[in-house]
Design a binder for this molecule. Structure first.
Ligand code: ACO
Length: 309
């Protein structure tokens, strides 16, 4: 969907959307395609790119707030589609931070020796919970999935530090009020838009800038590194102004900050792995490079991961 498409359905302009968000287009998947379908495809490609067979994976974690079913998890659906017969599979509900939380957890489980090879996925069909009557949110979101494979490494590569934090007092700044057991779907509340995502944009914005910066500095400090050591920053693609503010506060050169928001918009948990994969395919990453990933989302929840490529 382009900004011109939104000009036809809500009171907005291409100029407003670009100047306030940096977004020009988003990808919306077909009605009969689900987050699980996209996640499975992302898993297959990650397995292929890493030279890993489905049987080698013993852990699958999917970050999503738009699963195919409420029960069972998205992860077991994808496990079956991809043939991960030796894995345990489960979901993480952490909105845009789901991938970072999954990566952090998988890393700990691998370091403990309990698991050997993990697939971590961020996948969202956000179009299914986007209110296309709300100009403040609908212009932001897109659909996508991304995946990575990680395993043990004795050369100091891989995930070297992570940080996760949330603040439930701010839960209602970004939430989907209807659809759970507290407020089940009824004809009335499906028609009033409360079954879709609501966001108090400017309040979320301020916390996002502050906490993405704090999380980034924390993982750098824990690793004994500074922002100068980074080759690439892969931030959650929520808003170009959030990314610019983060870039300034971290004092990293803009050329080191990866952005694809223009083409995909905010794809929640899929945002970071999608951008990471693109950066990798564009040849932006070499062995030994330090890559910082940082995300922020509904919860409110935030986190960062520092990786030696
Ligand atoms: N077109 C034109 N005008 C608009 C639009 C639009 N699409 N949307 C809002 N406006 C108007 C508002 O109505 C308001 O008008 P008013 O002053 O007459 O009341 C004005 O623009 C300013 O509105 P704000 O909400 O203050 O605009 P802001 O500059 O904050 O931008 C935005 C809104 C883009 C949503 C921004 O706040 C943002 O990106 N927030 C953070 C998003 C984020 O990081 N989310 C976390 C992850 S998402 C997840 O977890 C799923």
């Amino acid at each position: 969907m382009t900004n011109a498409d939104f000009e036809k359905i809500v009171d907005t302009t291409n100029e407003w959307i670009i100047s306030r968000t940096g977004i020009k287009e988003r990808r919306i998947c077909d009605e009969d395609m689900t987050g699980g379908d996209m996640a499975a495809e992302a898993c297959r490609r990650a397995l292929e790119n890493s030279g890993t067979s489905p049987e080698e994976i013993d852990l699958l974690i999917i970050g999503t707030v738009t699963p195919d079913y409420r029960c069972p998890s998205e992860a077991v659906i994808v496990q079956e589609k991809v043939g991960l017969i030796n894995a345990v599979a489960f979901d993480i509900v952490a909105a845009c931070t789901g991938f970072i939380n999954g990566l952090s957890l998988a890393n700990s489980l691998i370091q403990s020796g309990q698991y050997k090879k993990a697939l971590i996925v961020g996948s969202e069909k956000l179009s299914s919970i986007t209110n296309y009557k709300d100009r403040g949110t609908c212009i932001l979101f897109g659909d996508a999935a991304g995946a990575v494979v990680i395993g043990p490494d004795s050369n100091g590569n891989g995930v070297i530090s992570t940080f996760m934090k949330s603040d439930g007092r701010l839960a209602k700044l970004l939430w989907q009020e209807v659809g759970g057991t507290r407020n089940p779907y009824t004809p009335e509340n499906v028609n009033n838009g409360k079954d879709k995502l609501y966001m108090a944009g400017s309040d979320v914005f301020k916390v996002a800038v502050r906490e993405m910066c704090n999380a980034s500095l924390k993982v750098l400090e824990d690793a004994g590194l500074t922002a100068d050591d980074l080759t690439l920053v892969v931030p959650h693609q929520a808003n170009i102004r959030i990314i610019d503010a983060l870039t300034k506060r971290l004092k990293v050169d803009k050329s080191k900050v990866y952005m694809n928001i223009e083409k995909y918009g905010n794809t929640s948990a899929a945002s970071v792995p999608l951008a990471l994969d693109q950066a990798n395919h564009e040849g932006r990453l070499k062995p030994g490079d330090y890559v910082l990933m940082v995300a922020f989302g509904g919860g409110l929840i935030w986190g960062a991961a520092l990786v030696r490529w």
